[in-house]
Design a protein around this ligand. Sequence first.
Ligand SMILES: Cc1cc2nc3c(=O)[nH]c(=O)nc-3n(C[C@H](O)[C@H](O)[C@H](O)COP(=O)(O)O)c2cc1C
Length: 332
Amino acid sequence: MDLNLPRTHSLGYSIGEHKFNLGLSLAPMAGNTNVAYRALCRRFGAELTTTEMVSSMALRHNDVKSLGYLAKAADETPVAAQIFGADPETLAMAVKAVQQRGFHFIDLNIGCPVPKITGGGGGSALLREPQLAFDCVAAMVEAADVPVTVKIRAGWDDENKNAPEFAVTMQEAGAQAITVHGRTREQKYTGCSDLELIQRVVAAVSIPVIGNGDVSDIESAQIMADTGVQGIAIGRGALGKPWLFDQLCCYFAGEDIPDAPSVAMRAELVVELGTGVCELYGEQRGMRVMRRLAADFFHGLPGAPQLRKQCGQLSTLGDLDVVAKQLALITA
Ligand SMILES: Cc1cc2nc3c(=O)[nH]c(=O)nc-3n(C[C@H](O)[C@H](O)[C@H](O)COP(=O)(O)O)c2cc1C
């Protein structure tokens, strides 16, 4: 693959002892970025992975299902645990519970737009409460033996795009890096990530800024890199396409960009992922998760609608094997 783009960038940063050459990370996505999916992305070059968000209140009460979201692989280094909440004391207790499990960073979610989370004052609701957000992060930093980071949105709504000032507050509270998704809470996932705003965050703080939103290929990654960010977090663009990390690593390193894997190889990846997800959750719950994750691997392939429909009915690893065999027969 040959793209005639300039490949200039300011990517790469360090947090404590951890050095990220290009700072390409997998963005946390509830229901998707389980330990098995993260392993695939790491293999293709994601330098940092993060768990799905976990409730600090649930961790305080040792909730078994929430603790399950903190599963990590022994060789997953470095990996961040993401927590949400809006009570400094509870967040500090959650930090203690999380760091016992060997995470290298603890990330506070200040971006989730879902009413179930914002209703309790957490997620993006904290964007409207900078003092409380400061207290939350300061309490986490105080309790933590590892670096604390935050992930924010552009602001609550168009009239309140306060990400640059808010980022300064987070830095003053002790956050050691900040990921910015350039959409407001009101936008949820509509419109586009505001790159000019991300650029203003970069100018406002001295900690590493990781740009996020709408990066799904080399062109969009280059455009994000042009904002001056030190890292890029990729969410939806990496679903069903973990090899995107490999392509981006090669592109930014000035090397030849590998083609996407053959469909036969993709079929192997889907089965490997399904096996890992079932080890994690058991076959019944694991296959419910795979209905969505497997379907993403079929995007743009001939026969995709039919195969995606079949993915929606997966209930055993055997079913997944059948779909994968059909995938392997497709000549893209
Ligand atoms: C299904 C889904 C689940 C998500 N869950 C989380 C989450 O648990 N924590 C978080 O900080 N962001 C979460 N996000 C937001 C993503 O991390 C990311 O900020 C957003 O999707 C924009 O980036 P993208 O365009 O690369 O996907 C989620 C997004 C999606 C689509």
